[in-house]
Design a protein around this ligand. Sequence first.
Ligand SMILES: [Zn+2]
Length: 374
Amino acid sequence: MAKCAKRQIAHLDGYVAALSETDRALVNRIYHVQTAVGGLAVPPSMQAWVESTFGDLGAVRTQHVVKVTNLITMEGALFNPLRGVRPIDLWPEVDVCAAIEQTRGGPFCHPESLTPEDIFAEGLPGRVRGKYCITASNIAKYDGYHGLVIFDEHNPLEISSERVRDYIDTALRWAKRAHNADRSAKYFFLMWNCLWKGGASIVHGHMQVALGRGMHYARVEHWRRQALLYRLAHGENYFDDLYRVHEALGLATTIGETRAVVSLTPVKEKEILLISPTCWIDNDDCKEALGSILQTYTGAMGVQSFNLALYQRPIDVAEEDWDGFPAVVRLVDRGDLNVRTTDVGCMELYGSSVITTDPFDVIDAIRSQRDPLA
Ligand SMILES: [Zn+2]
C-alpha cells in the first residue's frame, strides 16, 4: 500500500468504502463494521478536569466507537481510543526490574533439582534440553501431557531471535517425544504467559506446552470448523482471505514468507497474528519472524506483559480435515504491570472485547522497526 496520511481506526468504515469492489465484498464477507456515536454533557464543574485528563472536551462530548465483528468466527471488538486515557486507580509505582530481580534464585533458576520431570514412556522420567532452555513437568496439570519450557535466562523480557527459535524447537521436540510415548496424544498447544498481568504465576521466563487427545483445544477447534465452513461456502481458504482483507486495509505486512496481521477483532490490546507459510511451525522463517516481532513488541512498543499462543494442526491429521489450516501465532499485550485493574472484564468474557489501541498504530510500529525510513 502506498504511503498516505496517518490512518485511524475511527475512519475504518470510510477506508472500507474506498476499497475496490472485490476487496470491499471480501471485507463485508468476513466483517461487520459499524460506528456508534455516544454523546454526553459535561457540567461546568467538570470541564477543567476533563480537559486535563482527556485533552479535548469535544472528543469526550461526542465519542465515536468503531464496532467490528468477525462474521465467520464471531469474535468482536469495540474500539474507542479515548478509553486508553481514562483514569484508573494505580498500585503504588512498581519497579518492574526490581520485582523481576527479587525473584531471581527461585526454583526455575535451578530446574534440574527444583522442578519435576515428565514421564514420557515406560515410567521413565526425562527432560528435553535446548541450547537456552530445558523442559520440566507442570506440577499442577491441565492435561495429561502438560510441561514447561524453562528458559536459562531468569528475566522473561530478555528476548532474542536465537533464544525464541531454541525455545520453539525444544517445545516441538517435547511434543514429538510425548507423541512417541502415546500416539493418541497429538494436539499440541504452545503458550507463553509473560509476567503477572499475563497470568504467569512464576516470574522466571518460561513457556507451557500441552499435548491433548481426542480433540484440539476449544478455540483452535472452533477456528478449524469455521474455516472449513468458509471453504464450503466460498471455495476459498479463510486464512488467505483474512490476510487479503487486512492487507487491503493496510493492516498486514510480511516478514520473510510469514504474514503478520494486526487483527481487526483483537482479543485484547495490540493483537498480532503471525501466519506461517507452512502448516507446522518447524520452519525457520516463522520462528525468525516471531523473534523479530517479540523484540519490537517488548522494545519499541513498550509491552511488558503478554500472552502468546500457537494454533496448529495436530501431529496426526488422519481423522479430521485440517487442510489449509496454517500454523498461527497469536500475540496479545496484557497491559501495564503497574495497573491494578485487570484488562479483562464482563465485556471481554461475555460480550465483545473493548480495545483502546489503534491497530493502525500497531502496524506502523511493526513497519517502522523493519524499515526505519518508511
Ligand atoms: Zn529464575
